[in-house]
Structures are given as structure tokens and as C-alpha cells.
Design a binder for this molecule. Sequence first.
Ligand SMILES: Nc1ncnc2c1ncn2[C@@H]1O[C@H](COP(=O)(O)OP(=O)(O)OP(=O)(O)O)[C@@H](O)[C@H]1O
Length: 247
Amino acid sequence: MKILETTDLSVDFNGFKAISELNFSLNQGEVRVILGPNGAGKTTLMDLITGKTKPTAGKIKLSGTDITGLEPYEISKLGVGRKFQGPNIFDNMTVFENLEVALQGYHPVFKALFFKKKKEITDRIYDILTKINLERKALNYAVNLSHGEKQWLEMGMLLAQDPQLIILDEPTTGMTADETYKTGELIETLFKGRSVLVIEHDMAFVRQIARMVTVLHQGKFLAEGTLEEIENNSTVQEVYLKEESHA
Ligand SMILES: Nc1ncnc2c1ncn2[C@@H]1O[C@H](COP(=O)(O)OP(=O)(O)OP(=O)(O)O)[C@@H](O)[C@H]1O
């Protein structure tokens, strides 16, 4: 089944086509990396899927439901979770509290109402903490975590919201090679069986996580295949070489 499908999707910024008649689809449970040189339209595509940018033409379907033109909060409610490049967590809360907020929202006044659910919630939080390797830091303030740990905490928070589609925008930016590798492992364990779209430039990381890669260029579909196929694709090579010669 297709979790995501775009049909002739286009967006025009004052005459400039940042995404142009794009037909893209993602299968349920698939991890797909979106590649493309600077300005290819990768971020714009994610903005269209999440409702941040409204398309000029075309359609977007999520699990068969037309979500074209919906507002970001509506799309998020339908189960699309997005993680932006930098860590976006509550610095002045503990790791545990960050996950608690992600699971049940921030309702200090109504906390008592959740009392009965407490055990269930705590178990779920510890399950995620174990997966993101932060169980020993549950009571530490998030501000004191390393860059990698902050990113992993946010991935745990994303999972806590149980999204049907997860979008990760360059998740390894600023990470050491070791942290990058651990992030790849995390995507395989934490998001196992989930549908994930990733924008990423780090090729070792792409090789680690993706079965299939889609390449965009100037807002258009350029190629799709395994990373090996993409690396051997002469059109893709040409586009990247041209970009390098302009850099
Ligand atoms: N709101 C906007 N108004 C006008 N032009 C825009 C807007 N958003 C994006 N663009 C343009 O659309 C093109 C695609 O940008 P986008 O950020 O999607 O590319 P990208 O593939 O994510 O690139 P990068 O790898 O550099 O992040 C760029 O030329 C950008 O300048």
C-alpha cells in the first residue's frame, strides 16, 4: 500500500517552479532518502507534504486520503511527524518530561486526570528511552545532553506521537561519524516498520539506511533506484558534476 502519493505536484514561487509536476510515491514501511543538489526542491517537497507550503497544482494523498491544501495542524493530526535539522526539544525539562509531553501533551493543570494512565505512560516512556539509549539520563535536563543525544531524544519524541509518516530533514547535520552511524542504527530500530522520508547528504549514512533513493533536480524527478544504481546513473553524475563545477 502507498502511504504517500503525489500526482503532478507543483509549486510556483512568483513564476519560479520549485517543484514541477512531481509524481512521487512511498510504500508503507519504506525508508526512502531524497537526494538532490542545492535548490533541487527537497525541503519544498517536505513543506508541501506537511502543509507548510500550499501547492499551485497537483494532489497529495496520505494513505489514500487527499490532504492537498490542508493546514499543517490538520496534516500533523493525520499522523505526519516532521523533524527539522536542528534539535527541537524542551531544554529546561528532563529527558523523561520531554517524552511525557510528546506522549500526552503539556497539561499541568489536568495532570491528575492522567493519573490512572501513569503506569502505562511510564512504561512507554522507558521503552522509548531504552531504544534511544537514554534510560540512564532520564532525569537529566535536556540542555545537558550532547548534540547527538538531543537529536535522538527528538526522534523518540516523534515516535511517541505514533506518526504514520515520519519526515527527517538532514538528521545527521553536525554529528560526528560515530553519532551518524548510531543515528542510522536508531532509524532501523526505533522506526522499524514505519514509513520514513529522509533528506540527507551524507552518503555513508544513506547507504546505511536506504533501500531506495529518489533524486530531484530543479524541482523535477531525476532518478530513482538503489544507491548503487543512482551512483552509476550517468544523468545523476552529470548533474552533480555540473553543480560541483559551479561551486
Ligand atoms: N518561499 C519561497 N519563495 C521563493 N523561492 C523559494 C521559496 N522556498 C524555496 N524557494 C526556492 O526554491 C528552490 C528549492 O529550494 P529548496 O530549499 O526546496 O531546495 P533543497 O533541495 O532543499 O536545497 P538545499 O539542499 O540547499 O537545502 C530554491 O531555488 C529556493 O531558493
